[in-house]
Design a protein. Structure first.
Lengths: 439, 803
């Protein structure tokens, strides 16, 4: 288990209860737990949605869609049951924020799920955990059971006649692809984790054909805090059109890696050099992958940018899932690009041609380059393949593989060419075997 | 849905709202390429070939999943789109083996066509291609993974189309692979197999050569064959099938059966028999020389001249000495209409006998009589594709009439038709049924009575069970405004009449009676019956024979002849001087005692040395339906043309043999076959000849090269007479020649026979399965292989269960 870190620059909202034993329901209640949901029952759905809209909260999974708006899209009347679905399939390399929420504050997710359910008129919520987070399942299941035991879940919750809410937990089976919302629903229904054709969107036809709100675990966990502090107050914490705070997982070659809660729009440079303590061992920064492995890499002189969806977009990359991977001068970009595409090649579901075949050929080509058999033409081919995957695939996984690849070969083309010609930068990364052995 | 207007490549188009862009474009002649899109199956958006540019949308969109909307502006062929398609093709070809020179699909491959169009010929991958060994999933289905482009058509065809679900995807990403439902790990021979209906629809749907057919693979190239569209000889559904034939030293060999001609009555569909079971025609066991039994009892090959001479002389002698009524004639269910018609005319006017019958697989006599004069009440096979509601009583189309089953499934799936099934068995189609009642084993008669209003019959219809289920079933039927009633051969005589009477009380009901072979219906329509002339006209009706100009049509022919069973009874009594069997095997089918024929002169026209042929005095080697032209009528009364595809040295068509025998008997051939030019040209009317005007129709036919080579051996010479004399058959000749199916209407009126005793039930359903087809099926190596494969599989399953 990673140890918790802290820094004075942090603004603790979601992480407020981390490290305080809030996984125990009594402690959670002591720390203002389950107050927001009772307020939500009293005030009604319209108030919830308005508060969420005012908060400026945008989806923390990476796409950044305004949460309040998403909830308002669910039709009020529906023949089929409506559902709330919590996406805890946190799989983007470099990202481990939902993990700490489930570990330290599982009731916040449960309470947030109930709030979303009250907002859209649903009586059932599903918490879908990444398959590899099996050890968190016990914690979440215990939290759910405790909430039932207290009468917070089930029939007539908190003694309110006719207000029912149930929560079901489920784990995945180890596929990155099911982090995509419609693939997650397929998986939850017991099918192959392949995305669905959209439209219809989940808000109209979702899980088991019913209207469904699906949110990232961090988004859901933010909801109780927002209701308690008020939408506007939460919005003010962040930057323009990017309300509140979010968890950033800063990893790689920094002095103090860890999960930090920073206001939206916080400077990336400060996050690396102040919050995370700067580059490890006084080495030089080479590049930053700012929001999980699918985000285009930033070079050392591109980090003067605010960490919110809009500023990062302007900088030609993405805020993504908040997983900041810091790379120092010792890293070979050729190797890093190969490691990245290996992941996407392995995780491609295989449904559509560009992603299935494109990731495979990029991987094969980069592997050959890495092994020493490359030519300059290979760099062109990798770029051609990635550019022809971009925007042409069935779901965003193809883009997630293409975007970083394009950035690597464009921004570090010289390094690729030098590598091919025998001038190799950096020292080899830890191997996968070593990584597995280290566990 | 209201129409919407949109612009494609600058052309203003209109289509109903909700139409998929790919379909709307196709309807307007704009072809958008696609591998995974297949009309009627669920959408995939997986191949990314159909991408188009839609104004105001940031990314290229897939035309197969985009419904057209008002004001949409679409580009389908820009440099950007061409590049996207080219890149996709390059990726597909990256792992494709490019073994086109030996691939079955070479020349007929959608991947080749697309590559040709978008020019993705160069490859820039240095790594070896992914390879997997080829798999034999069954005697008829082989899978070559490297060629597969993962369009998932086969999976959907099998699951959604066939309701079999034998195929799926294993693994993910670049390792994804189409996998059959019996994995190697669960198979005793450690090889993956399919447990399925072996229909081969997956092969047909495959855009490349990944799925290949056991009968065809690596045998020839598509361009080395002639492709002849004809009608399958097996069940009574009458599917159009395209036979690929290639010349050999002794005629031609049929190499392949498939469904390239999707314009046929069967649309996308062909079952395993239509696809593979043409191979009886290539059988080593074919008879190719006439055989005449010598005084020592041995069958000896002789020349055609000798054989026909012998038959002609002998039949003439027996007719003249012992009378026509001592001669029996049995026809087949796989003869063309022309042959069946000629056979009964030959029997009645040349042999002078009404002792003529065939193996009846459904009670078409009662069916025709019950619907006569009731207007357009006969359902076409095509009605099954669109009917809002269908009642299926009896029968098991999934096994016996696979196209009917396909149409019903498709109608339920796509049009949400309501299917009602009543059967004594738990037939597979109950899975698509809105309501299913399981009747008692012999409960059909009682059920028909129950439907017609006799509540007391409920106990007889059900075996125990809950009668309220019957009530709701009947109530639901009564509420239907437009119902097609499909009737299995279990319902005959009085029960069939009762059921039709019930149906006629509902508005707009149509009926069809299912039968077992390609021309079972035609055999009955053409009068292979002892008491009926063509068109179900009783032999006793006045004036019936005048059209035939039959010199010997005396008073003898006003009385019904022997039916099939009576014929053999007469033989056993020693009263049958001769038996003429054309394309039938009654000895095996009815368990006839061979000794009963010892004093009968038996002539058999046959392809094989069947149980019946083995008893013959003369065997004349016959061609089969794939080796001749003519017309056939399916169970539904859809008339279609069959075209000569194959050929075999030494054999003759049944039509030609009958004419030659008649000639040898000294019959007046122009009376038997009206083969004069004028007769044909003006459709049997002598208008042109009488008026002295030029026959414009004849001039037009000649100008359009439609004038046949007029010969008494040309079956079309007798089609005029059929069209003139048989009610319902007066359909457009041009439509027929063009290969279109046409639906017969029931006769406006029929002379109804009054008989004291109810008519005898002579229907004997063949109960063929997907892997049998009467006597003929026994000579199909592929059907035998499939039976063996299936029985091995079920043995293994039993063993596993026992373990």
């Amino acid at each position: 288990m990673p140890t918790l870190v802290s820094h004075p620059e942090e603004v603790k909202v979601i992480s407020r209860r981390f490290g305080q034993g809030a996984a125990e329901i009594d402690r959670y209640v002591e720390l203002d737990g389950y107050k927001a949901v009772q307020q939500a029952i009293a005030q009604g759905p319209e108030w919830i949605i308005n508060t969420m809209k005012a908060s400026g909260l945008r989806g923390r999974g990476g796409a950044g869609f305004p949460t309040g708006m998403k909830w308002s899209f669910v039709p009020k009347q529906s023949e089929k049951p409506k559902y709330v679905l919590v996406n805890g399939d946190e799989s983007e390399p470099g990202t481990c924020k939902d993990h700490v929420i489930f570990l330290h504050d599982p009731h916040a997710v449960i309470e947030g799920t109930m709030i979303a359910g009250l907002a859209i008129g649903s009586k059932v919520g599903f918490i879908y955990l990444r398959g590899e987070y099996r050890y968190l399942l016990k914690i979440v299941e215990k939290a759910v059971a405790d909430a039932y035991a207290k009468g917070y879940l089930g029939k007539n919750i908190f003694g309110h006649e006719g207000v029912d809410f149930d929560i079901v937990t489920q784990t995945g089976a180890g596929a990155y692809e099911v982090g995509e919302e419609s693939a997650l629903m397929e998986s939850l229904e017991g099918k192959r984790g392949i995305p669905r054709i959209k439209p219809p969107f989940p808000a109209v036809v979702g899980l088991y054909g019913g209207p469904t709100v699906i949110n990232n675990a961090e988004t859901i966990a933010a909801a109780p805090h927002i209701l308690l502090m008020g939408g506007e107050a939460y919005a003010k914490l962040g930057s323009e059109r990017n309300g509140g705070t979010r968890l950033f997982g800063i990893s790689g070659h920094v002095e103090r890696p860890g999960i930090y809660e920073l206001p939206m729009g916080y400077s990336l440079r400060k996050a690396i050099y102040e919050v995370a303590g700067g580059i490890k061992g006084g080495k030089t920064l080479k590049a930053v992958v700012p929001g999980g492995s699918s985000c285009p890499v930033l070079t050392a002189d591109e980090i003067d940018v605010g960490l919110d969806f809009d500023q990062m977009g302007k900088a030609g990359t993405m805020l993504g899932s908040g997983g900041i991977v810091v790379l120092d001068e010792t890293v070979s970009i050729v190797e890093f690009a190969l490691r990245t595409i290996k992941f996407y090649q392995h995780e491609s579901c295989g449904w559509c041609v560009p992603c299935r075949e494109g990731t495979d050929w990029i991987k094969k080509t980069l592997q050959r380059v890495y092994d020493g058999g490359g030519s300059r033409k290979d760099v062109d081919n990798v770029q051609y393949l990635a550019e022809n995957m971009m925007g042409r695939t069935f779901c965003p996984l193809g883009d997630a593989a293409a975007m970083p690849t394009i950035a690597f070969v464009k921004k570090f083309r010289k390094e690729f060419e030098d590598y091919i010609e025998g001038r190799r930068a950096g020292t080899p990364l830890i191997t996968e075997q070593e990584l597995i052995g280290a566990h | 849905m209201p129409d919407v207007n949109f612009i494609v490549d600058g052309k203003q188009l209109t289509a109903p709202a909700g139409t998929l862009l790919i379909d709307a474009c196709k309807a307007s002649g704009i072809e958008i390429p696609a591998f995974c899109y297949y009309p009627g199956l669920s959408l995939q958006a997986a191949c990314r070939m159909c991408v188009v540019r839609i104004e105001k949308l940031p990314k290229l969109q897939t035309a197969c999943t985009t419904p057209v909307a008002e004001g949409m502006v679409i580009q389908t062929e820009t440099p950007e789109i061409a590049q996207a398609r080219k890149a996709t093709l390059q990726l597909l070809l990256g792992n494709h083996p490019l073994d086109c020179p030996v691939c079955d699909a070479g020349g007929q491959c959608e991947l080749q066509d697309m590559t040709f169009k978008y020019g993705a010929a160069e490859s820039f991958y240095a790594e070896p291609k992914n390879h997997r060994e080829e798999q034999k999933w069954s005697p008829v289905v082989y899978f070559d993974r490297p060629r597969c482009i993962l369009c998932y058509r086969c999976i959907r065809m099998c699951g959604e189309g066939m309701d079999v679900f034998a195929l799926g995807i294993q693994n993910r990403g670049a390792s994804s692979i189409i996998a059959p439902n019996i994995p190697a790990s669960e198979s005793p021979d450690a090889l993956a197999h399919v447990d399925c209906e072996q229909c081969g629809m997956c092969i047909d749907a495959c855009p490349v050569g990944a799925l290949t057919s056991g009968t065809y693979r690596y045998k020839t190239r598509p361009w080395e064959m002639n492709h002849v569209a004809t009608v399958c000889t097996h069940c009574g559904d009458g599917c159009k099938t395209t036979l690929g034939v290639r010349a050999t030293t002794d005629g031609t060999e049929i190499m392949r059966g498939d469904n390239r001609d999707k314009s046929g009555i069967n649309g996308d569909f062909l079952c395993n028999k239509g696809r593979y079971a043409f191979d009886f025609a290539n059988s080593e066991d074919r008879l190719t020389k006439p055989l005449v039994r010598q005084p020592d009892g041995v069958l000896k090959p002789v020349s055609w001249e000798v054989a026909l001479d012998h038959v002609g002389k002998k039949l003439r002698e027996l007719r003249d000495t012992r009378g026509g009524r001592s001669i029996g004639v049995i026809g087949g269910n796989r003869l063309t209409n022309e042959e069946a018609y000629l056979l009964q005319k030959f029997a009645r006017t040349v042999l002078g006998t009404n002792n003529i019958d065939h193996h009846r697989t459904a009670d078409y006599v009662t069916f025709a009589r019950a619907l006569a004069g009731k207007g357009a009440r006969a359902a076409s096979q095509r009605d099954n594709q669109t009917a809002p509601a269908i009642l299926l009583i009896g029968g098991d189309p999934s096994n016996q009439n696979p196209l009917t089953a396909w149409n019903l499934r498709t109608d339920v799936r796509i049009n949400r038709a309501r299917l009602y099934v009543a059967n004594s068995g738990e037939i597979k189609l109950r899975r698509q049924a809105k309501a299913f009642v399981q009747l008692a084993p012999f409960g059909y008669d009682a059920f028909a009575s129950y439907l017609a209003g006799d509540d007391a019959a409920a106990t007889g219809a059900l075996e125990g069970g809950d009668a309220t289920k019957l009530t709701s079933f009947r109530d639901a039927l009564r509420a239907e405004q437009s119902l097609v009633i499909l009737i299995g051969s279990e319902l005959r005589g009085r029960a069939l009449e009762t059921l039709i009477e019930f149906g006629l009380t509902l508005p707009n009901t149509k009926f069809a009676l299912l039968s077992d072979y390609v021309n079972s219906r035609g055999a009955a329509d053409m009068g292979l019956l002892p008491d009926m002339l063509p068109g179900y006209v009783p032999v006793s009706a006045p004036g019936t024979f005048s059209e035939y100009n039959a010199p010997s049509a005396g008073a003898d022919l006003k009385a019904p002849g022997f039916d099939l069973l009576e014929t053999f009874d007469a033989a056993a009594r020693g009263e049958l001087s001769a038996l003429f069997v054309v394309g039938a095997n009654p000895v095996a089918r009815y368990g006839v005692d061979p000794a009963s024929l010892k004093n009968t002169f038996v002539v058999v026209q046959e392809m094989f040395l069947t149980e019946t042929a083995a008893l013959a005095d003369v065997i004349l080697p016959a061609s089969n339906l794939y080796e001749k032209s003519g017309s056939v009528t399916n169970s539904y009364g859809d008339l279609q043309q069959v075209n000569k595809a194959g050929d075999r040295a030494g054999v003759r068509s049944d039509f030609e043999m009958i004419v030659r025998i008649a000639d040898k008997m000294g019959a007046h051939i122009p009376s038997l076959i009206p083969f004069g030019k004028g007769l044909r040209a003006d459709m049997g009317q002598t208008r042109g000849a009488q008026s002295g005007e030029a026959d414009r129709h004849a001039v037009w036919l000649t100008a359009n090269n439609l004038e046949p080579r007029v010969s008494p051996f040309d079956p079309s010479a007798i089609l005029d007479e059929i069209q003139r004399l048989v009610p319902g058959y007066d359909l457009l000749r041009l439509q027929l020649i063009s290969g279109n199916d046409q639906h017969l209407s029931p006769p406006a009126d029929l002379v109804q026979i009054q008989t004291a005793a109810p008519r005898r039930d002579l229907v004997l359903p063949a109960n063929d399965t997907l892997f049998t087809s009467g006597t003929l099926g026994r000579y199909s190596p592929m059907l035998n292989d499939l039976q063996a494969f299936e029985s091995r599989r079920s043995e293994q399953l039993n063993q596993t269960a026992a373990d």
